[in-house]
Every structure is written in structure tokens, then in C-alpha cells.
Design a protein around this ligand. Structure first.
Ligand code: HDE
Length: 707
């Protein structure tokens, strides 16, 4: 394992040091009471073949501890992966907020981020079609601030009182607990078809945003409109956006499903491995700011979490960056026990009356009281703020502190401690003094009522290939729904967003085409919603490139390509062969094999290259696993490279009519397939074209074979 990055100045890392368990190599095994044990493989028994004795305290302790190892999993977002890192602002945000961690570009605030899926249990697969959680705990100098976001900017419901209904509908069905990690079932779509407020988030769910290539390649959103508050007490509405430095990239659905079996830990492993390898993922934090006086300036309500503020109306201003550079020491202690809460705010950040946010501000603490077994979970190292905690809240399960002094306030016997901060103390949290005046009613505001304009905006902003994927996703999901009435009702709802989409879905799932409604023009697209415009800077950093090799491979060629790809920005090149160990190159030298083909698959890589060397190419072309590898990579739109005799291997496959290089000719690049008949090191043009093809991530023009 690579050594962890050391950040001695980081207060959270310093704090963690104090909680490290004693070095296991420092002495012999003991019981929980510290008594040394010399035998742990046989229980104490009355004779060699006799009954086990109750007296065996070591046996009883060991089994009891094991029996109690599990805690309840999160009721949603049960499966996750997390890491430590830091955040730094680009400049002071004092104009809008007094939050200390957003003032000084020279101050790095430690963070822990947990990414998650929502529907599936702790042991479910990573690459399901689902929302991803993106929750960040900032350990600030003013206490903990949690930005508990998702990778979609909108949510499925407008009022938190519907959350149990929504979650029951999307979770596995109550009678048979099926399906795991999937929304493709009757109760979810029944709910959707009856609750049009779900549509906007459902459109995101049917898009490729719901199957990210990597946690490192997805956006994050605070979803709700929050408030910044400046030193004078002036509020500004704010929406938070995380933008990944590597660009936004997704899988294709067929691939995502195969990965669920090939490597259910795909996203978790990717995050872990890349941090260990020193490829520290980075996001930019941006904000959309709306002055309080513009609260009603939009044709949607800022308090409605099913709406975005289109970036054309309010641009996203970059305010800082976050880097994740350290994996946790212990999954359970840290990633599982971390407790995020929307109500963990610091001075300068406040809430709005968004009814979904208000419900969350109740729910997170409530669920943690049962999940983490009582009220003292803020003492768990990962949850502890890096500033002192002083109050009179003491007893309850798992108290780990030795408090002294009075346990009530006001007191005189404890010296009046802790004292109360002066109201003018800038460290003290003060709630924005928003005027509130109303009758007690159960009624949704009319301003929340438009359920169709923003799904239409999303749909019309998609590139053609994204639209195609969405139609396929709707057909897949609704095709798994048994109730024809639910299918039909959902298509009717889709028709209110876009008739063409509804018709394409209806055709695939065998329900009647809804009538053409009055022709309304589609909205003007918002490019910021399309993955096509979020691909990022064209980097190939951390892309996994598979090279299929066998004995006789052109070693000089391979070394040159590897050098080019690694130099072009940190691609990870792996040499795969039928067996582990080594292959002999054309000059007779031994080359280590990175992995044996039977242990991997094309879906786990971003690109594939078949190098030259006639014997190697012959063997690769004759190996069904290697041939399937290339076909799958091609089918999923991935870059495919061929060099020397390797071009012949590609030529023998029917690659949807892409043009390949010919003997005696030069390099050819067609729809992400880059080939050059050269023997030995290829020219610069091959390196450049293949690098560009990898940076583009996917090539959608390969119909009909590709997606
Ligand atoms: Fe959550 N959510 N949520 N949620 N949520 C939980 O808290 C809840 C919502 C989100 O990695 C739970 O500790 C309600 C929106 C993330 O530990 C629970 C409502 C967004 C995580 C809960 C919402 C989220 C959670 C389950 C509607 C995006 C995982 C365990 C009013 C902005 C955090 C826990 C982690 C987890 C309640 C809606 C994001 C039950 C009642 C909207 C990323 O408290």
C-alpha cells in the first residue's frame, strides 16, 4: 500500500492521531480487558472431546463482540465510500458571507466526503442507475459545516413529509424485497405516475448522470436554496455546485449492468485506488447568488427543490476548490460512522423555508440517534469538530469523556462555566432575522405547481446521444413494470413534457401512443445541463488503458506508446495477457503482465489497444476473451487502438464499418478507432490521435453497433 499523504498542519489529521488504536505489533493478543491470551483457536472444554465451558471468558467475549458487530445501515444512502481532504477558497467571500472558512485563501479547511448510492443496501453494487450522494463535512474553525448534497441538482419531491412515501416506493417491494439497487419496478413508477413533481428528478435519473464513470467525474449540488449571511446580517440566496476537475463522464447502461457483476465495488475501488496512487481528485466549488430582493424574480420558486436556477439566468461563480488526498484508516470507524446533518451550519450560512430542507433539518439527527446508538456520536473521531465542545449535554450511551464541573446552566457552583458568548461575539451563530407571518395550513404554494417546464428544459438540452440513452432508459425501466396502467400513466405524463419522447418510449413498451397535445415549442436549451458540454479539459489523467499482449509482442512499440500515454497526463496503462506472469517480447525479453484477462473485462477499462508483433497479434486474435474485450470496448463507444499486426486483429472483427489503416499506408483515426500499420515505435500523430480519442471518453457515431 502506498504511504498516505502526510499533512502535518491539518488539524483533523492531528486529532485522528490521538485515536489510533495501539500498534498491533507492539505486543501479544489480549482480551478487551487487556489480559494477555495465549490460545485463541480452541475454546476451553471439559476434555479433548468434551463440552465447551461457560467459564471461557475469552471465547464468550470474542463471540459476543462478533454478534454485535453490525449497526443499522442508513435507511437511504446505505452504500458509500469516503475520503479525507481539504478545501480552500480562491478569495474572500466576505461580500456575501461571514463564514470563516470562506474568507482566507491561505487557510485550508479539512474535509471528509462520503459518496453513496441511495436505494441499495450496504452490500449492493456501485454502478446501479441511481442518484449519488455527495456529502461533505467541513471541519471549520467555527465548528462543523455539512453540505449534504447529491449529484443531481433537483429532488423527487417538494415537501419532506412525502419522503417516507417516496423512499418506500423506490426501495425493494415490501412483499419480496426485490429489486436491489434499482428503480425499475412497479411501486416506484406507480409513485412517479401519480406525482408529477417527481418528473424533473426522474429525467435526471433516466440520463447518464445516474451511472457515473467515477465519483471523481461527477458534479455535486446542494440542491436547496440556502442563505449566505454577511457580517452585517444581510442575507443572499445561494445554491452550491461542485464541478469535477476531470470533467463529467458516465458509463453506458449495458456496461454499468455488466460491471455490477464483474466488480460491484467499481466506484469505491476507483476512488480508493486513485487516492492511494496519488491521483487526488479535485472539485471546484461554485455558487449561484440571488439577492434577497430578487426572491420572486423567477417563474419558479427558489424554495422548490424540484427546480434549478438555469445558469443562463444566474451564472455559477467559482469560489474555491476541494482536493481529496487521504483514504480513511478504517471503513467502519470513519466512512460508516460519519454522521452528516443539514442543520450542521456555521455562522454565515443559514436555511431557507424550503419545506424539503426543513424536513431534513429534523431527520438527520433523528436517524443518527438510532443508527449510532445514542446521543454521543459527535464524539466519534470522524464526527468530532476540530474546535472545543463545551456544554452541559453529558449522559447517554457511549459517553467517552470525563466531564467535570456543573452539568447545568446557569450555575455558580461551577464558576458559571461555560459562559455564554456575548451577542456581539462574531463567533456566535445568529439566525437571519427573517420576518415570518402566516396561518397554520397544510397547503402547497401555487408557485410550486409547474412540473413540466424544467423536465422539458432538461430534455431539450441533451445531445442526441444523451436523448437516445434516455429513451432506452425509460424503455428499460418501464419495460420492467408489470402494471400496464402504470406504464400508460407514466407515458401520459411524459407526453406533457415532450410528445416525441413519450412516443418513442410508448413504442418500446407496448402502450398506446398518447394524443399529440397542442404543439408547444420546446424551451431554449441550457448547455450546462448536458454532459456533452461538461467533458472538461480533454485530459486523459487516470484513464485506464488496456493493452492486449501475448508472446512476440513488439516491445519497443509498446514502450513508446506507454511513454506517450503516461506523459500525456497520467493515464494508467495495463498489459493484459491470457495468463499472469510474463510474456516474451519479439526480442526475447520478458515483460510483466499486469493482469490475466480472465480476471478482468473491457467494461473495467476506458480504452483498448492491440499492439503489433505478428505472433502476439495472432494469439490475441485467436483468444475469444481478447476478441470479446475489443468488441465490448467498441460497442460501448470506447477508444480502440491498433498498431502493426494489431490492426489486422481489428480488421477481422466487424467494427461497424470504421475505416482502418492499410498496409503501407499511414495512421487513420475514424470515430475513436485509431490504427497505424507501423512496426516499432509509432509516429507522434498516432500518440496524439489516440490521446485525443481517450480524452473524448466515448465515441457515439458508431451506429448501429454502438450505443
Ligand atoms: Fe437525505 N437522508 N433526506 N437527502 N441524504 C439521509 O441521513 C432525508 C435529501 C443525502 O453519506 C439520512 O444519516 C429526508 C436530499 C445524502 O451519510 C436521512 C429528505 C438530498 C445522504 C435522510 C432527504 C439528500 C442522505 C439517512 C427529504 C440532496 C447520505 C442516513 C426531506 C440534497 C449522507 C442519514 C451520508 C442521508 C433524510 C432528501 C442527500 C434518513 C427526510 C434532497 C448525501 O436522515
Amino acid at each position: 500500500m502506498a504511504p498516505q499523504q502526510d499533512r502535518p498542519g491539518d488539524p483533523k489529521q492531528r486529532q485522528r492521531e490521538a485515536y489510533r488504536a495501539p500498534d498491533p505489533a507492539g505486543g501479544p493478543l489480549t482480551t478487551d480487558q487487556g489480559v494477555v491470551v495465549d490460545h485463541t483457536d480452541d475454546a476451553l472444554a471439559a476434555g479433548e472431546r468434551g463440552p465447551t465451558l461457560l467459564e471461557d471468558f475469552h471465547f464468550r467475549e470474542k463471540i459476543t463482540r462478533f454478534d454485535h458487530e453490525r449497526i443499522p445501515e442508513r435507511v437511504v444512502h446505505a452504500r458509500g465510500a469516503g475520503a479525507y481532504g481539504w478545501f480552500e477558497p480562491y478569495h474572500s467571500c466576505a461580500e456575501f458571507t461571514k463564514a470563516a472558512f470562506l474568507q482566507d485563501p491561505s487557510v485550508r479547511t479539512p474535509v471528509f466526503v462520503r459518496f453513496s448510492t441511495v436505494q441499495g443496501p450496504r452490500g449492493s453494487a456501485d454502478t446501479v442507475r441511481d442518484v449519488r450522494g455527495f456529502a461533505t463535512k467541513f471541519y471549520t474553525s467555527e465548528g462543523n459545516y455539512d453540505l449534504v448534497g447529491n449529484n443531481f441538482p433537483v429532488f423527487f419531491i417538494q415537501d419532506g413529509i412525502k419522503f417516507p412515501d417516496f423512499v418506500h416506493a423506490v426501495k425493494p417491494e415490501p412483499h419480496n424485497d426485490i429489486p436491489t439497487g434499482a428503480s425499475a419496478h412497479d411501486t416506484f413508477w406507480d409513485f412517479v405516475s401519480l406525482q408529477p413533481e417527481t418528473l424533473h428528478a426522474v429525467f435526471w435519473l433516466m440520463s447518464d448522470r445516474a451511472i457515473p464513470r467515477s465519483y471523481r467525474m461527477m458534479q455535486g449540488f446542494g440542491v436547496h436554496t440556502f442563505r449566505f449571511v454577511d457580517a452585517r446580517g444581510r442575507g443572499t440566496f445561494v445554491k452550491f455546485h461542485w464541478k469535477p476537475k476531470l470533467g463529467v463522464h458516465s458509463l453506458v447502461w449495458d456496461e454499468a449492468q455488466e460491471i455490477q457483476g464483474r466488480d460491484p465495488d467499481y466506484n469505491r475501488r476507483d476512488l480508493w485506488d486513485m487516492i492511494e496512487a496519488g491521483h487526488h481528485p479535485e472539485w471546484e466549488l461554485g455558487v449561484q447568488l440571488v439577492p434577497e430582493e430578487d426572491e420572486h424574480a423567477f417563474d419558479f420558486d427558489l424554495l422548490d427543490a424540484t427546480k434549478i436556477i438555469p445558469e443562463e439566468l444566474v451564472p455559477v461563480r467559482p469560489i474555491g476548490r476541494m482536493v481529496l488526498d487521504r483514504n480513511p484508516d478504517n471503513f467502519f470507524a470513519e466512512t460508516e460512522q460519519i454522521a452528516f446533518h443539514t442543520a450542521n451550519v456555521v455562522p454565515g450560512i443559514d436555511f431557507t423555508n424550503d419545506p424539503l430542507l426543513q424536513a431534513r433539518n429534523f431527520s438527520y439527527l433523528d436517524t443518527q440517534l438510532i443508527r449510532l446508538g445514542g446521543p454521543n456520536f459527535a464524539q466519534i473521531p470522524v464526527n468530532q469538530p476540530v474546535v472545543p465542545v463545551r456544554n452541559h449535554q453529558r449522559d447517554g450511551y457511549h459517553q467517552g469523556r470525563l466531564h467535570t464541573g456543573a452539568n447545568y446552566g446557569k450555575n455558580s457552583l461551577g464558576g458559571g462555566c461555560p459562559g455564554i458568548a456575548d451577542a456581539t461575539d462574531p463567533r456566535a451563530y445568529s439566525h437571519l432575522q427573517e420576518r415570518v407571518d402566516g396561518r397554520k395550513i397544510r397547503k402547497r404554494s401555487l408557485s410550486f405547481e409547474d412540473f413540466y417546464s424544467q423536465p422539458a428544459l432538461f430534455w431539450h438540452s441533451m445531445a442526441d446521444w444523451e436523448k437516445r440513452h434516455m429513451v432506452e432508459a425509460f424503455r428499460f425501466e418501464l419495460g420492467k413494470v408489470n402494471s400496464v396502467r402504470v406504464r400508460g400513466r407514466t407515458v401520459d405524463q411524459l407526453a406533457l413534457v415532450d410528445h416525441e419522447l413519450a412516443a418513442a418510449v410508448a413504442e418500446g413498451i407496448g402502450v398506446p401512443l398518447p394524443e399529440q397535445p397542442e404543439g408547444t415549442p420546446g424551451p431554449v436549451p441550457s448547455p450546462a445541463l448536458s454532459i456533452e458540454s461538461l467533458k472538461g479539459p480533454g485530459t486523459i489523467a487516470t484513464r485506464q488503458i488496456a493493452v492486449l499482449v501475448a508472446d512476440g509482442v513488439d516491445g519497443a512499440q509498446l514502450d513508446a506508446v506507454r511513454e506517450t500515454l503516461e506523459a500525456a497526463g497520467g493515464a494508467v496503462v495495463e498489459e493484459l495477457a491470457a495468463r499472469d506472469g510474463t510474456v516474451r517480447d519479439a526480442g526475447g525479453g520478458a515483460r510483466p503482465v499486469t493482469r490475466a484477462l480472465p480476471t478482468v473485462a473491457a467494461v473495467l477499462y476506458d480504452a483498448v489497444l492491440v499492439p503489433g508483433g505478428p505472433d502476439s497479434a495472432l494469439a490475441v486474435g485467436a483468444d475469444p476473451a481478447a476478441v470479446r474485450f475489443v468488441r465490448d470496448a467498441f460497442r460501448h463507444g470506447k477508444p480502440v487502438g491498433g498498431l502493426g499486426a494489431g490492426v489486422g486483429v481489428l480488421g477481422a472483427l466487424d467494427l461497424g464499418g470504421v475505416e482502418l489503416a492499410r498496409n503501407g499506408g499511414g495512421m487513420v483515426a475514424d470515430r475513436g478507432v485509431v490504427t497505424d500499420p507501423v512496426t516499432g515505435p509509432p509516429g507522434e500523430d498516432f500518440g496524439r490521435a489516440f490521446t485525443e480519442a481517450v480524452a473524448a471518453h466515448r465515441h457515439w457515431g458508431r451506429t448501429p453497433a454502438a450505443h
